[in-house]
Design a protein around this ligand. Sequence first.
Ligand code: MRU
Length: 345
Amino acid sequence: MLRTVEWRNNKLSIIDQNRLPAKLVYIELGSVEEIADAIKTMKVRGAPAIGAVAAAGLVVAAIRSSAQTPVELSRAVEAAADVIRSTRPTAANLFNGIDRIVAVLRRNNGRPVSDVIGEMSAVAGDYLEEDVRGNQRMGRYGQELIPDGANILTHCNAGGLATVGYGTALGVVRAATEAGKSVHVYADETRPRLQGARLTVWELMRDAIPVTLIADNMAASLMRQGKIDCVITGADRIAANGDAANKIGTYSIAVLARAHNIPMYIAAPMTTVDISVPSGDAIVIEERSREEMTEIEGLAIAPKGARVINPAFDVTPAELITAIITERGVLRPPYSESIARAAGV
Ligand code: MRU
């Protein structure tokens, strides 16, 4: 299985996703600045993947700090946590990954620095492994919803590349294939960053899972022709009532799916669920640079000075979501109850 994030011998490396599909290249992230830059510029992207990088990144920061006392260590790690928290606001996993490591630090304040760093490193390692195992479990639950022969529409990339490995939405596709079902995926290209075209198509082709690339504006017509049996996407943050933020355009697909009576599934780990947020209205949506809209690889595709907006995510209201597939099972409406139960509150 392809690993997007590696944490070995206290070294953090990632696949540089900006080089895909042309080249599969791993790069090491050796400082907080490099980690923050990799997340902001989307060398690593996808909610669970950035959560994993944030967790391991704090251990890199701790090691690099050369702190001698618990107080120095605490100061260095909390400062690094602030930098990493400020990279991208929407994905709950980023904050979850940071909180997991900061909790180790706070719990062990007063113990020798090397012991605390050792425990932080082990917890970061477990966090990465839990992500992969959770995706596999999610896949097994989710694949039961997928009929043999299904044509599945997905948006953006919620695959192995968006996680530590295996994937959420594409994890369900992988699990269906592993269960012997023959499935086919339509991948939205996903403007403006083209995660569908560059990443989803790349990783499914690599696994020999049938996939067809479509432009974002083709979904309605395919649904009308009866060519799509279900939609599966990932999520970046799921509110307590089931509203789900995901890549911009997910909401339009959910509306289309409802209009054509097609099930709309969200596959996401519990680290994406944020029960402190009551509804989607309170989810902060990242606004990205104008250049992502006006240029492709430096080539102008809009007039100079054109007015643009570039929200990276939108919110799909819970009433349009047929089920939320998690590593703790398939959650059904009413989500305020099923999510609370799965979250153990
Ligand atoms: O801007 P990105 O590429 O980080 O957005 C990613 C998505 O929207 C994914 O669907 C989401 O993070 C879930 S990934 C398992």
